[in-house]
Design a binder for this molecule. Structure first.
Ligand code: NAD
Length: 320
């Protein structure tokens, strides 16, 4: 099988490229990434020159390039996105450009060249927020109520993908995953920020009261879910991906500090993000029951390995 993976120099995309090359020796991967501030070629260390991997630097909004690449593959997996909520509040137009326009360009190229499958990597943030006292979890049928320019642009992309299935019968599957953690995440994101600041004895910023609850899944479990959906999912279907592993930010930061044996007084409350979603929680029962997927990484183990990864990375950078 030949895949076009977009955003494959970012956090999840680079883990997915590695996962595919390790698990499917006969697959070929074209990796299209613009290398924005969030993309890092060093995320591909060790696989960059793999004979089944070809890296192309370019943007998903570039119709000519995208068409040229899409016609060489069977499956498109679209990770490429602007992904940081805080940045979307300052520069929403960049998010619309990449996440909405870029996805539409890819969908069109996929339709024109008749790919076998288009996997849209969406997010649980399309559902909006739950209150702290609610016991509800979002299912694939829940209404879409995105609150940030990031999640609104991802919702538009998700709905465009759905519309290409309904209108043109392009075989599309959509995954909506909860918060990922693991190696190669950009240092601006929550878990790397906590680890790296604590390691350097710098204040660890916590938004507002810290009672923002997220469901954390290891990135490799997300990659396995995409693998499952890509091979066994039904076109036109949406699959939630989650680990039932909810943590309030402040509790998770405390846990990381305790693993690193750092004092809790590093925690520093900072001005809250406007429109900050209180709680995300999704049900991945459909994916578990229909396709037999389940997350396999125990949180303590995955978190410890992630902390080790950032310790080694920080040491290598200090030395180099
Ligand atoms: P990331 O920011 O680490 O990586 C995004 C990658 O896309 C980068 O390598 C960047 O260079 C590339 N890119 C940005 N604009 C591009 C463009 N116009 N053309 C081509 N490449 C471009 O993001 P991530 O955390 O790895 O997320 C990947 C995908 O998964 C996103 O679509 C995101 O919405 C989705 N997602 C992320 C999470 C999470 O917790 N990180 C959870 C659910 C869904």
């Amino acid at each position: 099988m030949r895949l076009l993976v977009t955003g494959g120099a970012g956090f999840i995309g680079s883990n997915f490229v590695r996962y595919i090359l390790e698990n499917y020796p006969d697959y070929e991967v074209i990796n299209l990434d613009a290398l924005t501030y969030a993309g890092d070629i060093s995320n591909l260390e060790g696989v960059m020159d793999h004979p089944s991997h070809r890296f192309v630097q370019g943007r998903i909004e570039d119709g000519e390039l995208v068409y040229e690449l899409v016609r060489q593959v069977d499956v498109v997996v679209n990770f490429a996105a602007e992904s940081h909520v805080d940045r979307s509040i300052v520069q929403p137009q960049v998010f619309v450009q990449t996440n909405v326009v870029g996805t539409q360009v890819l969908l069109n190229a996929a339709l024109e060249s008749g790919v076998k499958l288009f996997c849209q990597i969406s997010t649980d943030e399309v559902y909006g927020a739950l209150s702290l006292d609610s016991t509800e979890t979002f299912t694939e049928e829940s209404p879409l109520r995105p609150n940030s320019p990031y999640s609104a642009s991802k919702t538009a992309a998700d709905l465009l993908a759905r519309a290409y299935f309904t209108t043109y019968r392009l075989p599309v599957v959509i995954s909506r995953c909860s918060n990922n953690y693991g190696p190669r995440q950009h240092p601006e994101k929550f878990i790397p920020t906590v680890i790296l600041n604590a390691l350097h004895d710098r204040p660890v910023p916590i938004y507002g009261d810290g009672l923002y609850v997220r469901d954390w899944i290891h990135v490799v479990d997300h990659c396995r879910a995409i693998d499952t959906i890509m091979h066994r999912g039904n076109p036109g279907e949406i699959y939630n991906v989650g680990a039932d592993n909810e943590w309030a930010n402040i509790e998770l930061a405390r846990k990381i500090l305790s693993i690193l044996r750092k004092p809790e007084d590093l925690l520093t409350s900072v001005k809250d993000r406007p429109g900050h979603d209180r709680r995300y929680a999704i049900s991945s029962t459909k994916l578990r029951r229909e396709l037999g997927w389940e997350p396999l990484t125990p949180f303590d183990q995955g978190l410890a390995a992630t902390i080790d990864y950032y310790i080694h990375r920080a040491r290598a950078r200090d030395e180099g």
